[in-house]
Structures are given as C-alpha cells and as structure tokens.
Design a protein around this ligand. Structure first.
Ligand code: F6R
Length: 243
C-alpha cells in the first residue's frame, strides 16, 4: 500500500485526477469505479476541469457505481445513480450508456446483486476504483464486521453511517434509507488499482487503523493492505494519527 500525504483535499483531487488521466491515455475505455459522498468531489472537479481544458480525453471512459441505496424511488436526487450522473457522468460529457450500477429498486435484490457482480466481470473488471472511507472504517457500505471475502450484497447501514449521511437528506435521519446494495470487499479487491481519498480530522482514526492496524473485518478498509496496488491519499488532518 502506498500512502501519499497532500496539503489539502484540492491537492488530493488533482493528484488522483492526474492518475485517472494517465490511465485513460493508455486505456481510453477504462472502467472507473466511483464512490459518492463528499470525499471524492475534488477528484471529480479536477477531472472535469482537465477534460474541459482538453488535457484528458474521457470520451470513451466507462463508469460504474460502488453502491446504491435500497428503496429510494427511481430518480430520487440522492439515489447514488442520480448522484453519479450529476457529479461524474454529465460533467465528463458522458451518457448513461457508459454507466452501470446496481438496481436498488429491484424486486429481487439478491438477484440484482448477483447480476451486478456478473456485469462487472463481463465488462472486463474495474481498472481503477475510487474509495472514500467512513468514520467507522467502512469502504463502499461494508460496515465493520463485513466479510473480507464478501461479494455484492444488501447491507444494513449502521446508525453512525445514517447519522453521517443525514446531511444529504435535509439533516433528517428518518429519510436516510436503512439498507444499501454495496460491492463486497472481495469484489472491491478485484479492481486493478484501488485509490482511497480521505480528508479531514474526522477520518484520522479510521485512516490510522486502515494503514497501520491489523487487517481485520472490524476495519473493512484495512483489506486494502491485501491488495497489490492500493493508494491511500490523505490530507494532513486525515494523516494526523499516523505514527
Ligand atoms: C459512498 C461510499 C462510502 C463513502 C463514505 C465516506 O459511495 O462508498 O463508503 O465513501 O461513507 O463518505 P464521505 O466521503 O461523504 O465522508
């Protein structure tokens, strides 16, 4: 695992957007796995700027989701499908045809999870997977105690994650769904390159446990230690508890 400490979130976004640009220059149709939430926004902003400036050609890029809420009505502005379309697909000038994600409104959620794992494999696998980290060490929505070998499946969000995410739902925790579909940790580990961006003091403890603690299901992000090509980019605040 390589750990890169940057001065701030903007610098982290720039660094990772440049890495995505390099990937796209030698593999224009690369499959990029994207996370939602606040952490990756500087990456999407920097990448969009590079595309608009003609520095990066993302016209053949393919995008796939990491996770999705279960039970939000189709088109809900906070469904991760809507978020990724708004924050990544549209700004990069791509269309829905280049985008895939799990179906959080499927009648048979288990079948939808299996179908998504299959679809990722049939698409050739994820080339670069962007990750954020929860304050409890989750990646995707693999909450503490998730199996490190898990596949895409339905998970129940912890109270802490629902509190953390209430800011996207008018600060009303009652609107935050209880369940999500998430790529499993085993699924995530199949991506060729994992890139986690963590910023702010609130992530410092989770980052320290991820990077310097034992590999443990209690800290799902610690599974990155098992991956041959994992990059953790942290700002100084998120790095503050590293030894
Ligand atoms: C969302 C996701 C989550 C977030 C994590 C951190 O797709 O995968 O693991 O990355 O909850 O969220 P932020 O970045 O909002 O602190």
């Amino acid at each position: 695992m390589e750990v890169v400490i940057v001065p701030d979130a903007k610098a982290g976004g720039e660094l990772i957007a440049a890495a995505i640009g390099r990937l796209l220059s030698h593999k224009p149709g690369a499959l990029l796995g994207v996370a939602t939430g606040s952490s990756p926004l500087p990456i999407y902003e920097a990448l969009t700027a590079k595309v608009r400036a003609g520095e990066v050609d993302a016209s053949r890029a393919r995008i796939c989701q990491l996770d999705e809420y279960v039970g939000l009505p189709a088109g809900h502005p906070e469904s991760y499908r809507s978020v990724v379309l708004r924050e990544v697909v549209e700004p990069l000038g791509l269309t829905e045809a280049s985008f895939m994600g799990p179906d959080g409104s499927a009648e048979d959620i288990q079948a939808a999870c299996e179908a998504y794992d299959r679809a990722l494999g049939e698409a050739g696998g994820v080339d670069l997977q962007l990750l954020g980290i929860g304050t409890d060490g989750h990646i995707g929505f693999n909450e503490p105690c998730s199996s490190l070998a898990s596949r895409t499946r339905i998970k129940t969000l912890t109270e802490q994650t629902r509190v953390d995410n209430a800011r996207f739902f008018d600060n009303d925790i009652d609107q935050v769904p209880h369940h999500v579909i998430t790529q499993g940790i085993g699924t995530i580990l199949e991506a060729r390159h994992l890139v986690l961006l963590a910023t702010g003091e609130g992530k410092a403890e989770a980052v320290a446990q991820t990077v310097e603690g034992p590999v443990a299901a209690l800290v799902p992000a610690s599974a990155l230690q098992l991956h041959p090509h994992a990059t953790v980019v942290v700002d100084e605040a998120a790095a503050s508890k590293l030894k």
